[in-house]
Design a protein around this ligand. Structure first.
Ligand SMILES: *[C@@H]1O[C@H](CO)[C@@H](O)[C@H](O)[C@H]1NC(C)=O
Ligand SMILES: *[C@@H]1O[C@H](CO)[C@@H](O)[C@H](O)[C@H]1NC(C)=O
Ligand SMILES: *[C@@H]1O[C@H](CO)[C@@H](O)[C@H](O)[C@H]1NC(C)=O
Ligand SMILES: *[C@@H]1O[C@H](CO)[C@@H](O)[C@H](O)[C@H]1NC(C)=O
Ligand SMILES: *[C@@H]1O[C@H](CO)[C@@H](O)[C@H](O)[C@H]1NC(C)=O
Ligand SMILES: *[C@@H]1O[C@H](CO)[C@@H](O)[C@H](O)[C@H]1NC(C)=O
Ligand SMILES: *[C@@H]1O[C@H](CO)[C@@H](O)[C@H](O)[C@H]1NC(C)=O
Ligand SMILES: *[C@@H]1O[C@H](CO)[C@@H](O)[C@H](O)[C@H]1NC(C)=O
Ligand SMILES: *[C@@H]1O[C@H](CO)[C@@H](O)[C@H](O)[C@H]1NC(C)=O
Ligand SMILES: *[C@@H]1O[C@H](CO)[C@@H](O)[C@H](O)[C@H]1NC(C)=O
Ligand SMILES: *[C@@H]1O[C@H](CO)[C@@H](O)[C@H](O)[C@H]1NC(C)=O
Length: 481
């Protein structure tokens, strides 16, 4: 082989490899200050990530992905399903505006591979809110894609939550769909089968571990030491295989034993709950990636492992709904500002994760509780701040910081979310702006990102100079004592 060809091959191997492994990332944007799309696409590229799943079809995100060759799953939010069920016209214009306009198999456009109809619309938390519209919406979006001549390249899928299938005994062989979904699932599977589209499903060993006493931490984390599950001669060594095969059984009970499966959401959070730490998340992801590399499949599907696997999530999102737990805002492989939380080898040949470059922050300023004031009512103020701000770290990495450190944490989060506007650090006179980073050990007091809507350099900015000066003099004096 000529030397230049060998070199070419060597250079292209990592990408071929990651495509073969089919590992992608979920890119959610439920953040008060989302990292700009250009930074995110740079982050994906420098980490050789070849697939990404979105939750909508934001034009700025699609523009940033143009020409990147990254395989993209577009999302249709649950709130839009009703209109797509009842209106073919709405489906046609969504496909026209959000798929046809950007689509390209190569070259300068966006490599759109899937359209995800709804975001886990059958999850129990939604009750019957979306279920009646899902199949109709999927059929109309499919028809619109066919009309646009894109049906052979873009597949229509419906991401299903982890609670759409179950097994009372815990045994995978007894898996079935949730009884109230039986009819809908049969319709969905007929639809998917007809169009050769895979079944998109969420598998979350972290949630299994939280909810099911039979799932140990070691079993969820792919540890060799975990006590195995014995399902009549089939031996389960980890929670992932157990859930996957429970789904395989559920598919079999309704006549689709060999339906292709894509794991559309899997991950481990790093804060906001016990055992949600960077070190457990690292163990989990390394275990998962090794398992996928091994190509050993699962006991029920040794030859037909997940077609693709989408890690949840790319970045932390400080506006995610926390009804199900404070950990919801900490699924990111990277922090909100694109800094890697731990090490994992996504792609063969990669060493560490590469951080986002050229990130623009607001100035290095924080809002803290003013120790010179009577803070007896500060707890109330902090709780109010926390209803809008993100205080989820107070039940995790910042659990340790004592009062009034936790008050400062709440004040600062509120202040950052409001782009460091001076009047958002008032709290009835109990707040104080400082340039000294109040972070303690693992408890990071963030400085938010500068976004196009940030307005920190307004008139109010001058107002706080006096306070700033006092704090700085105070710190200056302290350094001599
Ligand atoms: C979904 O759309 C179909 C066709 O327009 C309509 O017959 C049906 O009633 C709609 N379903 C719901 C729940 O609105
Ligand atoms: C295209 O997608 C965006 C974002 O999801 C949505 O707001 C917009 O309504 C869509 N376009 C149409 C024509 O539905
Ligand atoms: C846990 O395991 C026991 C014993 O194998 C079994 O009886 C029980 O149904 C399991 N519970 C769950 C929730 O899986
Ligand atoms: C679900 O549908 C299958 C196939 O029609 C049937 O065998 C099964 O009993 C149904 N389960 C429930 C809970 O309705
Ligand atoms: C699993 O259970 C079966 C009986 O259902 C038993 O014959 C077999 O020895 C068990 N295997 C292990 C490894 O415990
Ligand atoms: C998991 O959390 C429990 C309770 O906080 C703790 O005792 C245990 O050490 C943790 N294990 C790991 C591996 O983090
Ligand atoms: C969070 O989710 C719950 C359950 O789905 C819902 O009732 C609540 O309205 C949501 N909160 C927000 C702020 O969206
Ligand atoms: C990405 O792939 C290139 C070769 O295509 C390689 O040199 C680089 O180390 C990889 N980076 C990571 C973070 O994997
Ligand atoms: C604390 O709140 C109570 C009730 O609103 C009020 O009467 C009291 O003066 C406040 N204390 C301080 C120090 O602000
Ligand atoms: C809590 O504080 C103790 C002692 O100061 C320290 O050893 C431990 O690591 C801290 N835990 C966290 C979660 O920061
Ligand atoms: C801060 O800590 C105090 C004392 O432990 C507690 O009463 C208060 O609720 C905490 N506040 C917040 C916002 O976590």
């Amino acid at each position: 082989m000529p030397p230049h060809l060998t070199l070419l091959l060597l250079l292209t191997i990592p990408n071929i490899y990651s495509t073969a492994l089919g590992v992608g990332l979920n890119w959610g944007t439920a953040a008060s200050h989302p990292l700009p799309p250009a930074n995110v696409v740079g982050l994906l590229k420098s980490n050789n990530i070849t697939k990404v799943k979105l939750f909508d079809a934001d034009p700025l995100v699609l523009q940033a992905l143009s020409g990147s060759h990254i395989g993209v799953t577009l999302g249709i939010p649950n709130s839009m399903l009703k209109s797509f069920n009842s209106s073919m016209k709405a489906a046609l214009s969504w496909v026209h505006d959000n798929v046809t306009r950007y689509f390209s198999h190569s070259g300068t456009g966006v490599r759109i591979e899937y359209v995800a109809v709804g975001d886990e619309p059958f999850s129990q938390i939604y009750g019957e809110q979306f279920r009646p519209f899902v199949i109709g919406a999927a059929i109309n979006i499919q028809a619109a894609l066919t009309k646009a001549n894109l049906a052979s390249e873009v597949k229509v899928v419906v991401p299903c939550g982890f609670d759409t299938f179950q097994s009372e005994s815990g045994l995978p062989s007894k898996g079935h769909f949730r009884p109230d979904l039986n009819k809908t699932m049969i319709e969905l599977l007929i639809f998917l089968n007809k169009h050769h589209s895979p079944f998109f499903v969420t598998i979350l060993p972290f949630i299994s571990f939280l909810q099911n006493k039979n799932i140990s931490l070691a079993f969820a984390l792919f540890k060799e030491t975990a006590h195995p599950y014995n399902d009549s001669l089939r031996i389960y060594k980890n929670s992932f295989d157990l859930s996957f095969d429970t789904l395989v059984s559920a598919l079999s009970t309704v006549g689709h034993p060999s339906m292709d499966i894509v794991v559309s959401r899997i991950g481990w959070p790093t804060d906001g709950a016990p055992n949600a730490t960077s070190s457990t998340a690292q163990t989990f992801l390394r275990g998962l990636i090794d398992h996928l590399h091994s190509k050993s499949g699962t006991p029920l599907r040794p030859q037909n492992p997940p077609l693709e696997t989408y890690i949840f999530s790319l970045l932390d999102e400080d506006q995610r709904n926390i009804t199900t737990g404070n950990f919801e805002r900490h699924w990111g492989l990277f922090t909100f500002d694109g800094q890697a939380k731990y090490y994992v080898n996504f792609v063969q040949g990669s060493k560490d994760l590469v951080n986002a470059q050229n990130v623009e922050y607001l100035p290095s300023k924080w809002c803290v509780a003013n120790n010179n004031k009577d803070l007896s009512n500060a707890t109330e103020r902090a709780s109010e701040a926390c209803t809008l701000a993100d205080c989820t770290a107070l039940s995790g990495s910042c659990f340790n910081i004592s009062w009034p450190g936790n008050i400062s944490y709440a004040f600062n989060s509120y202040y950052q979310q409001h782009d460091q506007r001076a009047d958002s650090c008032d709290f009835g006179g109990l707040g104080l702006i400082t340039t000294v980073d109040p972070s303690i050990d693992n408890c990071r007091f963030p400085v938010q990102l500068h976004t196009s809507h940030s307005t920190s350099l307004n008139g109010a900015y001058l107002f706080c100079w006096k306070e700033l000066l006092i704090v700085n003099i105070f710190v200056f004096l302290l350094s001599f004592s």
